[in-house]
Each structure stands twice: as C-alpha cells, then as structure tokens.
Design a protein around this ligand. Structure first.
Ligand SMILES: Cc1cc2nc3c(=O)[nH]c(=O)nc-3n(C[C@H](O)[C@H](O)[C@H](O)COP(=O)(O)OP(=O)(O)OC[C@H]3O[C@@H](n4cnc5c(N)ncnc54)[C@H](O)[C@@H]3O)c2cc1C
Length: 259
C-alpha cells in the first residue's frame, strides 16, 4: 500500500509558496492512481491553497546505473546526482543540468534545457505508466513534452566525454538569475522573442504586489520576497499576460505549472 508524506510547500517548493498537504508516495510495484497530480521537486510549480490530490515518486525511483550500454535512471533522481554521475563516469551531454533544479521526471515532462541543450536529445526511451516508449513515440518541443502519464524510469544515451568547460560556460549564463526564491522562468519565450523583454517593455520589471514581484534582475522571474502568497503570484501572472497582450498582441504562456 502506498504511503503518504506531509509536505509543506512553503518549504519544499522552490518558490516557497503553498499549503501543508499529504502527498501520496508511489514506490516501484505500487499502482499509480489516475486521479492524483504528480509532483517532482516542485521547482517549476506554483501550488494553490487548495490543490488537487498530489502524489510523488518514492526512493525506489531514485537511482542511476549503467546497463547494456545505456544509462538507466529512476525519475525521482535529482539533477545534481545526474550531473555528478556524468562527471564521475566521464559521460557527455548532461553538463547543462548544472544548477537546473529538478527530478529527472520533472525534467522530462518540461523537456528542461538551457539554450540549445535539452534533455530529450539524450533520451532513448521512457517508461510511462509501466510501458517503455521509444523517444519517437513521444511528442515534444521547446519546454514541452506530452508524456501522457507518469514517467517512472528512463534510458539515456551513454556517450563518453564529460565537458567541464561547457558546464562552466552554461553556469555563467545564470549570472543574471535572481537569488530570491522563484520557480524559474514564469513564461515560455514566445516564438522569436523573450518573455522577459516583453514584461520589461510593459513596465512590469520590478513590479511588486504584496510580497511577490517580477524580478529587477530578470523580468521573467516571479520572485518571493518573503512570505509571498499564491494570490499575489497569480495576480502578477495575470497582470503580465493582460498588459503584454494589450500592448503587443502576444499571449504569454505559463512555463510554470499551477495546481
Ligand atoms: C532557480 C531556477 C532555475 C531554473 N532554470 C531552469 C532552466 O535553466 N531550464 C529549464 O528548463 N528549467 C529551469 N527551471 C525550472 C525547473 O528546474 C525545471 O522545469 C525542472 O525540470 C522541474 O523539475 P521538478 O522535478 O522540480 O518538477 P515539478 O516542478 O515538480 O513538476 C513540473 C511538471 O513536471 C511534471 N512531472 C514531474 N515528475 C514527473 C514524472 N515523473 N512523470 C511525468 N510528469 C512529471 C509535473 O506533473 C509538472 O507538470 C528552473 C527553476 C528554478 C527554481
């Protein structure tokens, strides 16, 4: 029988917002319920005061190993462990996950990446709701993947040649990233433009509502100045969407998931 864990999203989530709720922990062999929303590390998540029933993958899905010429990992594995495994075993391709917080499952669901580097080109197949699916069967694009279920394990490409210089180069891109709690970029970049540029152009860079604000450092980061609430975050998101649409006719799409 799956167990529950009490999670305080004001601590657990990277944006430090949300209630204390019981989250169902799914281990290998457990049936995966269909009526629960799956969370990973909550680094791209804004949890409302009244979320739907939540679940997460447990420790049995937190592993990584090399098997038959591929990397096999559980989707509860954190990005930091993925990077250190790649470094230790001289594996290429994962340098971009440095300081990209999340679990492998969350990274797959978001097709997480930096510049032209993203997780999907490194994927061979993903176990979704108990069935292994080839990469070609899974629709994916910029910060998007249609997994259609719960990713539990993944087979990743094993190519040697860890590149520490590339890791440092990509880390340097994070110099303009705010240090306050956030959920990363709030909106996806619209085709041919940048969400941050548009938010700045409508005069919302630095705009504060209560204890939440659009960052002065990077306008597409919604930051928590301490004790910020879900309502304040949602108001700032709605404001940016309506102002940008009114001025530029561009409908910004949330990158963060709101539950
Ligand atoms: C400071 C900071 C910097 C960031 N920088 C970047 C960046 O450079 N590039 C980038 O792409 N992102 C970035 N992000 C966003 C975040 O790191 C990524 O989206 C990450 O992949 C989220 O992983 P998570 O485990 O925290 O997922 P969560 O936030 O918990 O969940 C995100 C989505 O993934 C789904 N999900 C989680 N696990 C699974 C699973 N096993 N199967 C199916 N669906 C699943 C959830 O249902 C949800 O829809 C940043 C975030 C922060 C806070």
């Amino acid at each position: 029988m799956a167990k529950c864990k009490l999670i305080d999203f004001a601590h657990y989530s990277s944006i430090k917002i949300g209630p204390r709720v019981e989250v169902l922990v799914v281990e290998m062999g457990d049936e995966i319920p269909k009526d629960h929303f799956l969370i990973g590390g909550a680094n791209n998540l804004l949890v409302s005061d009244n979320p739907p029933p939540l679940m997460m993958l447990g420790k049995s899905y937190d592993f990584i190993k090399i098997e038959e010429g591929s990397i096999i990992a559980g989707c509860a594995l954190k990005s930091g462990r993925l990077l250190s495994f790649a470094k230790k075993n001289d594996i290429a391709g994962f340098e971009f996950v440095a300081k990209l917080p999340g679990t492998l499952g969350g990274m797959l669901a978001m097709n997480a990446g930096v510049k032209s580097y993203e997780i999907f080109p490194l994927v061979e197949s993903i176990e979704i709701d108990g069935t292994w699916r080839d990469l070609k069967e899974i629709e994916h694009g910029y910060r998007f993947a249609n997994l259609g279920g719960v990713a539990t394990r993944v087979k990743l490409r094993l190519e040697h040649g860890y590149n520490d210089a590339l890791r440092s180069e990509l880390l340097a891109l994070r110099d303009n990233q705010p240090h306050e709690p956030s959920a990363g970029s709030a909106f996806k970049n619209p085709e041919g433009d940048y969400a941050g540029r548009l938010i700045e152009a409508v005069g919302l860079k630095g705009k504060r509502i209560g204890n939440m604000a659009w960052s002065q450092m990077h306008a597409n980061f919604l930051i928590n100045l301490g004790g910020g609430s879900y309502q304040e975050a949602q108001e700032l998101i709605d404001l940016a969407k309506s102002e940008v649409e009114a001025k530029f006719g561009v409908l910004l799409k949330e990158e963060i998931k709101i539950v």
